[in-house]
Design a protein around this ligand. Structure first.
Ligand code: WTA
Length: 667
């Protein structure tokens, strides 16, 4: 690990100067629209109610869920940090997301307006359709020998079958692990191995940027390293040619299509594993975050209903990929548990033109839009005249997630997309938290551009100093969560020790999120980004160590250091410094391209460094730790800061001489 590990103090360079200065001068705030406040699902009383009795509060929210057997106790926290929520309760997640809405007479309600990337390629899927399809898929998985507790890997584009596959797993109690379709075969095989999945569900491909983009070849390659996988179910999406392994590979349509649409859901324990989602940590190996059933459904459905003020006629759109936690919680489980109507879009925002999102909002009269600041900044760059062409008057509330939203982007979102009438909810949470944690309530909070404001009712977030003591308003520190919450991770798959070490050891009795935060004079929370070796690129978490390992696995590379440098579009960008092996000489003309492609192959395109600098030395402390702070100065074109702890003070000169002589590369 680098020097800025979780034990270091927050580095100035981690914190955008812009954010800080805005924080000092930010006096704008926006009260909830009167109509919205009057009819809001949640009023200010919720905070007081939860403060009076937090567990009773969550017990009450659990009534949103249908329990096959009621729980005896809201929380068992007798063995921290291992929580058990809704002890003794039994339920089926798929029943809660699908069947009960059909039973309640809402079978005709649209669960998803699905929009494929090719224009005109759309499908509306009702709750009744979903029930049939999920039942068929559950029967198919059972026929393939998948049993309760077995893990199933899902590597899919953004198509309805992805949701069906997840719910089918949930229905039979087989935890799924969805691997983002943009990840490489290596990332896929690592995850399949780590959770020992024996069945993989994939597609021939999906549509991205106007073309069919293959998925199956990555599965074929990954499975060379996963001999225990016995079956691959393949959805035909694009019709492109695929390699076929007889006996192992099966077409989804053949196997699922012939199944009965009847399937009796079995009730599982509230703590039965629902899914494992891998996320980057401060070491190279991704962490399998385990979420369980009862608490997760309560946490996601309550926050979806309260933060988006969900009404019966709302059309909700989370514009994120299902392969991330945002998709799991707010495309699939939260909205479906609430019986909501969602939009799901397969492709990129600029296909076939840069107004695609706004056409979708107009066509489906989307009322609630949820996306990442990186998307908002991209739209800003493309120009306000593009969304101006569409009718966006259906929108009521705008959400933001994944990284701090800078006040400029917040204002643009509010004014240009929301027409000045829609509250912006900046929602802070993590793969680990499962549910929204810090956010304005649109009918209650007077929002400030750039602030996630306060912990939601029933959640307690405290910003602490190095000693774990709460900081005063006006000061910065580390964001911690002081009480367990329903959708919290239960452990890291197969590694309780790492779970404890990573999240619960830095501050005694507190969950440390890895983020820096500041309280303003009103006590409202401003997120300041990661304080560990995790970068946030376009709202996606990437570990510096993971990318360093990928670089060092290239035969020409001796050593590598990766930093996240500020980037106007993506929040942070991956910048790598590499020392080549002697035998590699200067690496050849294409060394930078070669290494960038190598990282894309090892991890996925999202991890491909924006910039690779070949250097003769790296700055290290006397104890041999790479001083990332200095490298970040270089990557961000700043004056290099304090070098007194460097073992060799000439190193930085060497690096800058080298960069001047032209080995830096950017594209
Ligand atoms: C960052 C995504 C500021 C943060 C749901 C966190 C945010 C990490 C916000 C989790 C926000 C997420 N403001 N920062 N509203 N939301 N983050 O696990 O650093 O992919 O720790 O979950 O994203 O990323 P993850």
């Amino acid at each position: 690990m680098g020097e800025e590990t979780t034990t270091a103090t927050i580095q100035e360079s981690d914190v955008s100067d812009e954010t800080l200065s805005n924080l000092l001068h930010e006096e704008r705030h926006f009260d909830p629209p009167a109509e919205l406040a009057k009819n809001a699902n949640v009023t200010a009383d919720a905070y007081a109610e939860a403060d009076r009795d937090r567990l009773a509060f969550w017990g009450k929210q659990a009534e949103r869920i249908s329990w096959a057997q009621p729980f005896d106790e809201v929380l068992d926290w007798s063995n921290p940090p291992f929580a058990k929520w809704f002890v003794g309760g039994r339920l089926n997640a798929a029943y809660n997301c699908v069947d009960r809405h059909v039973e309640a007479g809402n079978g005709d309600r649209v669960a998803y307006h699905w929009v494929g990337e090719p224009e005109g390629d759309t499908r509306d899927i009702t709750y009744a359709d979903l029930k049939d399809q999920v039942s068929q898929a559950a029967n198919a998985l059972t026929e393939l020998g998948v049993q309760t507790g077995d893990r199933v890997a899902i590597y899919m584009p953004m198509i309805p079958e992805t949701v069906v596959a997840m719910l089918a797993c949930a229905r039979i109690g087989a935890p799924h692990t969805v691997v983002f379709g943009g990840f490489s075969s290596t990332a896929l095989s690592d995850r399949i191995q780590d959770c020992d999945a024996r069945v993989v569900i994939t597609a021939d491909g999906g549509y991205r940027r106007g073309a069919a983009s293959a998925l199956k070849p990555a599965v074929d390659e990954a499975l060379q390293k996963c001999p225990d996988v016995r079956n691959v179910l393949v959805v035909k999406r694009t019709g492109q040619d695929v390699e076929w392994t007889e006996g192992r590979d099966l077409w989804w349509d053949d196997v699922v299509g012939r199944q009965s649409v009847e399937h009796a859901p079995e009730a599982f324990d509230a703590e039965h594993p629902l899914y494992v989602m891998y996320t980057s940590g401060t070491t190279g190996k991704p962490k399998g975050i385990l979420h369980t059933t009862g608490g997760y459904l309560v946490g996601t459905s309550y926050t979806h209903w309260s933060v988006f003020d969900l009404k019966d006629d709302d059309v909700f759109w989370t514009a994120a990929d299902i392969g991330w936690v945002t998709g799991h919680s707010y495309i699939v489980y939260g909205p479906l548990a609430n019986g909501a109507t969602s939009v799901m879009y397969e492709g990129t925002p600029d296909t076939p033109h840069k107004g695609r999102w706004w056409d979708i909002v107009e066509q489906y009269k989307v009322t609630l839009l949820y996306c990442a600041p990186t998307a908002i900044r991209t739209f800003m760059k493309w120009g306000s005249e593009i969304p101006a062409k569409a009718d966006l008057s259906s929108l009521r509330i705008l959400g933001s997630v994944g990284e701090p939203i800078n006040p400029e982007a917040y204002m643009w979102y509010r004014e240009t997309i929301g027409g000045g009438r829609c509250p912006v909810v900046d929602t802070w949470w993590q793969t680990e938290t499962g549910q929204l944690m810090i956010s304005p309530l649109p009918g209650v909070t007077s929002g400030k551009p750039g602030s996630a404001m306060k912990a939601l009712p029933g959640i307690s977030a405290v910003v602490v100093d190095d000693d774990g003591k709460p900081v005063e308003p006006g000061s910065g520190g580390y964001l911690t969560l002081t009480e367990p919450w329903p959708a919290m991770l239960r452990t890291i798959w197969g590694d309780d020790e790492r779970y404890r070490d990573t999240y619960w050891s830095r501050f005694k009795g507190l969950y440390f999120a890895g983020d820096g935060a500041k309280l303003d004079e009103d006590g409202d929370i401003w997120l300041l980004g990661r304080v560990d070796d995790v970068m946030n690129v376009s709202g996606h978490r990437l570990s510096t160590t993971e990318i360093e390992s990928a670089l060092v696995s290239h035969p020409k590379v001796a050593e590598a250091a990766v930093v996240g440098a500020k980037d106007a579009d993506t929040g942070q960008a991956v910048c790598a410094f590499v020392i080549l092996r002697e035998a590699a000489g200067d690496g050849g003309d294409d060394i930078v391209k070669e290494l960038r492609d190598h990282v894309a192959n090892e991890i996925g395109k999202i991890a491909r460094p924006r910039q690779i600098m070949v250097v003769p030395e790296l700055p290290k402390t006397r104890s041999g730790k790479i001083m990332r702070r200095l490298l970040r100065d270089v990557a961000e074109n700043r004056e290099v800061g304090d070098v007194t702890t460097l073992a060799d003070s000439t190193v930085m000169d060497l690096i800058s001489d080298n960069l001047k002589s032209g080995s830096a590369d950017e594209d």
